[in-house]
Every structure is written in structure tokens, then in C-alpha cells.
Design a protein around this ligand. Structure first.
Ligand SMILES: Cc1ncc(COP(=O)(O)O)c(C=O)c1O
Length: 359
């Protein structure tokens, strides 16, 4: 198993920094932002209470309730508390869903560019990743072509890391038709659902009633509420699958930290306020980033996926840390994250553009 490539670049950037080099870290998916005051208040309350019991394995009942309401309010879906589980980040939700769904040799279709961990996670569940190269979005034709009698599932990432691509309702509908006909499971990774800009609309698979029985939706507080370090995510799906994820958690993580769940509860109960606070903080960074590069901004997420080669050399020469496209299954490209501070973006892009002009 290979370690996560995003982690590897960050480690290299940290190493250069320790040696005294100025490093501009465009490689992480973390939104650099102080927690919203409501979250800080919730954390302080837990400290004040001074208790730290084991939370229920499926997550605190009030958090599962709030999370299912968050989904249902946004999408008109009807997830019950029993169809909702709190996971240790969206990452463990995807891992657990694959562990529960796959039998050895089952194929899982993964559109590339993909989030770095999907193929390894499929392999950890003894499945076979089937990578489908796209021009940033999976089409029904590409999906159809990749399906074999062994295909068990599709991992769809909307909004997409690393490209920021967003699927329209019509595009999703067309994909769902193919997937349903082939009786595929869909793991819909929607962890950037609140990070959309310029009036773009995020469409969830939860909006398609036909998907309730075939789809596991992965959500997270990491990006939507800028609280990656608290490690709280959710999975929503058919109860029999959610029950198995809960059983898996009972033998692995046990549950997500009590304090983190209390903080997540404050975020999810106030989702409109906290998500807007995060978008508000990202807007000037996004504008600065794309205005400086003079390229069109994608509608969602916190990334720019560009035709850039030689990330190691760029890091050595300019101190700009990017993630090579190979990590996402698409070599010849690199991913920039614009979630750093404005000064970091300003100075980092200056160093990057100077290098490119002098190259
Ligand atoms: C597409 C995608 N899915 C899932 C995750 C996992 O996020 P977390 O475990 O922090 O919720 C990330 C994190 O970068 C991501 O980009």
C-alpha cells in the first residue's frame, strides 16, 4: 500500500521549511480558518462540563438527528436517524462503505482524476479499482463501457477534488440510469457540497428517490464547516448498509471523539451560518488566486487542476508545494489548493509565476 500522496508532498514541504526555506503550501486540502465562534463555544462547553464518555458507536443521537435533518432540508430526502451514521471523517465513511459492500474481486469504477485514496481503499477491501479517465466528468457512455459482470460499485465525487467540477441534474440523471440498470451501488462522495460559488447549484444524489436504496452518501464537516481536524463525517444510506458500517465501527474506531461530535452538532444545527462563514472566507482567496493566474475558476471546492509538470522541481526551485496529477490518476497535471491565507496565495503565486516566466 502506498501512503497518501498529498501527505507525502506536505511532509516534503515541512522538511524544507524546517531547513529554513520559505515554503508556500498549495498542496493541502485544509481550509486555513479560525473555527466559527459557535464551534469554539461548543468545545468550551464540553471542557466546562468535564465529561468524556464513550459516545454511542453510531454517533450521538442528537448529531445523527441533526445530520439527517441537514440532508433532508437541503434535498427533500427522507433519511431517518437509523439511516445515518457518524464516522471519523468522510474518509472513514468511504472506507467503511467499501469494506461492507465489496467481496473479493468485485470491480469498482473510479472516474479519474479521482481523490487520491479511492483506489487504495478499494484494494484494502479486496476489490479491483477500474479507473476511467475523464475530461473532468464521467459520462454515461464512459460508465457503460467500464461496466462488466463483476462491477459492484461506482465512486462518484461531486463536487470533485481535484478539478472542482460540478455535475448538473441532467448529467447525474443520465449516469443514474446506467448505474441502476446495471444494479450498481453508488458511493457518492459529497464532502464539498456546501463549497460552491457564483450561484452554482449543488445537486446531491439524495435528490433522486431511486437512489435511496442504491446509494451511500458521504458527507463531512471538514470542508463544509472548515473543521477538518475535528474529524467528523457522516454516511447516509439504506439501513442494512448503515447497520453494517456501525458494526464495523464497533470493531475498529468505536466512535468519533465525544468533543468532536459536540462541536459538529453546533456546526450542523447552524449549517447555513457556518457554511456561509466558510464560503465568505474563501471568496477573496478564490478571487485573488484566479485573478492572479488569469484563468477561469471552477464552480466548486477549493482547488485548481492545471497542466503543470515537475512538481518536485517547482518545490525545490520556488518553494511552491503542489500535488502532482499522478496522485489523482492524471499525470501531467498538478493540483493547487486556494484555501491558504491571502498573503500565502499572493506570495506563492508570485514565486510560481516568476519561475515559469524564467523557465
Ligand atoms: C473528495 C474527498 N473525499 C473525502 C475526503 C475526506 O475528508 P474527511 O475525512 O476530512 O472528511 C476528502 C478530503 O480531502 C476529499 O477531498
Amino acid at each position: 500500500m502506498k501512503p497518501s500522496a498529498t501527505g507525502a508532498i506536505s511532509a516534503k514541504a515541512d522538511e524544507l521549511r524546517r531547513k529554513g526555506r520559505r515554503v508556500y503550501n498549495f498542496s493541502v486540502g485544509d481550509i486555513i480558518l479560525r473555527n466559527h465562534p459557535l464551534l469554539i463555544e461548543a468545545a468550551q462547553k464540553v471542557l466546562h462540563e468535564g465529561v468524556s464518555p464513550y459516545p454511542p458507536i453510531a454517533g450521538l443521537f442528537e448529531l445523527r438527528t441533526a445530520a439527517s435533518q441537514w440532508m433532508n432540508e437541503r434535498y427533500g430526502s427522507s433519511y431517518s436517524v437509523e439511516q445515518t451514521v457518524v464516522t471519523t471523517g468522510g474518509k472513514f465513511g468511504i472506507y467503511a462503505a467499501l469494506q461492507v459492500l465489496l467481496n473479493p474481486g468485485d470491480e469498482v469504477i473510479i472516474p479519474a482524476p479521482y481523490w487520491v485514496s479511492y483506489p487504495e481503499m478499494v484494494q484494502l477491501a479486496k476489490g479491483k479499482p477500474v479507473i476511467v479517465q475523464t475530461r473532468w466528468k464521467l459520462t454515461p457512455e464512459l460508465l457503460q463501457k467500464a461496466i462488466t459482470p463483476k462491477t459492484k460499485a461506482l465512486i462518484l465525487n461531486n463536487a470533485c477534488n481535484p478539478t472542482g467540477a460540478l455535475y448538473s441534474r441532467e448529467e447525474l440523471e443520465a449516469l443514474m440510469q446506467v448505474a441502476l440498470k446495471a444494479k450498481l451501488w453508488i458511493i457518492s462522495d459529497e464532502v464539498y457540497s456546501e463549497i460552491v460559488f457564483d450561484g452554482a447549484q449543488f445537486i446531491s444524489l439524495a435528490q433522486f428517490p431511486s437512489m435511496q436504496e442504491r446509494c451511500i452518501i458521504i458527507e463531512s464537516c471538514s470542508k463544509n464547516f472548515a473543521m477538518a481536524g475535528w474529524r467528523v463525517g457522516f454516511a447516509f444510506g439504506p439501513q442494512k448498509i448503515i447497520d453494517q458500517i456501525i458494526a464495523l465501527q464497533s470493531h475498529s474506531t468505536t466512535s468519533t471523539s465525544y468533543m468532536s461530535q459536540k462541536v459538529a452538532l453546533a456546526a450542523v444545527q447552524n449549517w447555513k451560518t457556518v457554511a456561509e462563514y466558510v464560503r465568505e472566507s474563501l471568496r477573496p482567496r478564490r478571487k485573488l488566486f484566479f485573478d492572479t493566474l488569469q484563468v477561469e475558476a471552477p464552480p466548486s471546492a477549493i482547488y485548481y487542476f492545471a497542466k503543470v509538470d515537475g512538481c518536485e522541481e517547482i518545490l525545490e526551485k520556488t518553494g511552491v508545494a503542489l500535488v502532482p496529477g499522478a496522485a489523482f490518476g492524471t499525470p501531467g497535471y498538478a493540483r493547487f489548493s486556494f484555501s491558504a491565507t491571502e498573503s500565502e496565495i499572493r506570495e506563492g503565486l508570485k514565486a510560481f509565476l516568476q519561475k515559469n516566466q524564467s523557465a
